[in-house]
Design a protein around this ligand. Structure first.
Ligand code: HEM
Length: 405
């Protein structure tokens, strides 16, 4: 990193970082870059892309709440895109009505009604793995491929009322969609060929006549019938929900299993006190931050941490750096169930804070309940593999050994 006294764009002083946060090296191991960003200053300038970045907890929280100054309406990507704008890419007042509709549909209360369905999915999944186990007292399992990657593609489209179909297409499309928030690199190019076809397929799946009569999709159309949103926006809202909700939850659960396997004393703590399950998921989200970055555009000069970000600049919101900021978290690199992780930024903050967080929490809660019932200990059984995505902390493999009860 070079730290110079003046940025070419900002008035005042701002540290300049030369790293490429979207290089294969950083995507494989993002923590060193995130630490450099956080420790460089409250705001830094990423010379390679000509954008600003915020990686400290206090300043990122302020920035996420300043939606009038740091807009999402020009997109949350580092570059201009011509794809349709979902909830995430709109500002109030346009954002208000669809947000209220989704907030109601995905409220904690509404999700409680799906607990049984979710638990049944988890039972089938885990019992299937247990039945395949060759040795009676332990089970070798890929926590990413065989658990985390299975549950949300089963549960979430089901809860949305999308019929049984090639559900891995959801993951492929969402993977590309998240990649497009980063620069036009090889990851984006690799997904480009299939993207229009997948987008059209998902959009079609979210049309009223294709959806089951019950589920988040039907609820969105009912909101359109009530006049809460426009009919022409209903399918896009449904498809953006699925795009936002599948890969993120998969990687959140992969991270949770990795955290428990590599911190056996925390698993013991959870076994001794199962009511820590919610803390365990939130602490894992703080620790791994499945969403690593989103962008904003400065609608006017914006001052944060004594540094002015000039109007028109793109700004990278670096959630994972803030989630391990020692100014906010004691011993931040430790996955620790005795801390209170609430207030972490893995779900964002402010008007765009994740509207689907209760759906993610429900899946993690059911899975932990099942594991606590059936598994005595969890160990890492090999090297983990990462799946590179420009803005997600993706996993390709989390090899585990469960000792069974
Ligand atoms: C927004 C993370 C699961 C739907 C967000 C944001 C983050 C996030 C960081 C804010 C982005 C920004 O500030 O620009 C996560 C993580 C998840 C998860 C880590 C899983 C562990 C879900 C699920 C759904 C969902 C399951 C759907 C049911 C959405 C939507 C938004 C959003 C629609 C946009 C909200 C708005 O703009 O008002 N999520 N999410 N997410 N998330 Fe999630």
């Amino acid at each position: 990193m070079s730290v110079t006294s003046r940025c070419p764009m900002a008035e005042g002083t701002v540290p300049i970082i030369d790293d490429d946060p979207f290089s294969a090296e950083v995507l494989e191991d993002p923590l060193p870059f995130q630490e450099r960003l956080r420790e460089a200053g409250p705001v830094a300038f990423l010379s390679r892309y000509g954008v600003y970045a915020i990686g400290r907890f206090a300043e990122l929280s302020d920035a996420l709440c300043a939606w009038q100054d740091l807009k999402s309406g020009d997109g949350v990507s580092i570059r201009e895109l011509d794809s349709p704008k979902g909830l995430l890419q709109t500002d109030p007042p346009l954002h208000d009505a669809p947000r209220e509709v989704l907030q109601e549909i995905l409220s904690a209360r509404a999700l409680r009604g799906l607990r049984e369905t979710c638990m049944a999915r988890v039972d089938t999944l885990v019992d299937g793995l247990l039945a395949d186990s060759s040795s009676g007292d332990s089970l070798a399992v890929d926590g990413h491929a065989q658990i985390a990657a299975m549950l949300p593609v089963d549960f979430f489209p089901d809860a949305s009322g999308v019929d049984e179909c090639a559900r891995d297409k959801f993951v492929e499309f969402a993977d590309h969609n998240f990649n497009t928030a980063g620069p036009y690199n090889d990851l984006v190019k690799a997904g480009e060929r299939r993207a229009p076809e997948l987008a059209a397929w998902l959009y079609q799946k979210c049309q009223r006549e294709e959806l089951k009569s019950e589920g988040f999709g039907a609820d969105i159309w009912a909101a359109a019938d009530r006049g809460d949103i426009l009919h022409e926006n209903a399918a896009l809202l449904g498809s953006s929900l699925i795009t936002a909700g599948v890969d993120t939850t998969i990687y959140g659960i992969s991270g949770l299993l990795y955290a428990l396997a590599t911190n056996p004393e925390q698993w013991e703590k959870l076994k001794a006190n199962p009511s820590l399950a919610r803390v365990a998921f939130d602490e894992a989200l703080r620790w791994v931050s499945p969403v690593q970055a989103m962008f904003r555009t400065a609608a006017r000069d914006f001052e944060v941490g004594g540094i002015t970000i000039p109007e028109g600049s793109k700004v990278l919101m670096c959630y994972p750096a803030a989630n391990r900021d020692p100014r906010r978290w004691e011993d931040p690199d430790k996955f620790d169930l005795s801390r209170d992780p609430s207030g972490h930024l893995a779900f964002g903050m402010g008007v765009h804070q994740c509207v689907g967080q209760h759906a993610a929490r429900l899946q993690a809660a059911c899975l932990l309940e099942k594991l606590l019932d059936t598994v005595d200990s969890i160990e890492l059984a090999g090297e983990v593999g990462y799946h590179h995505n420009n803005v997600l902390r993706g996993w390709s493999s989390v090899p585990l050994r469960f000792t069974l009860k």
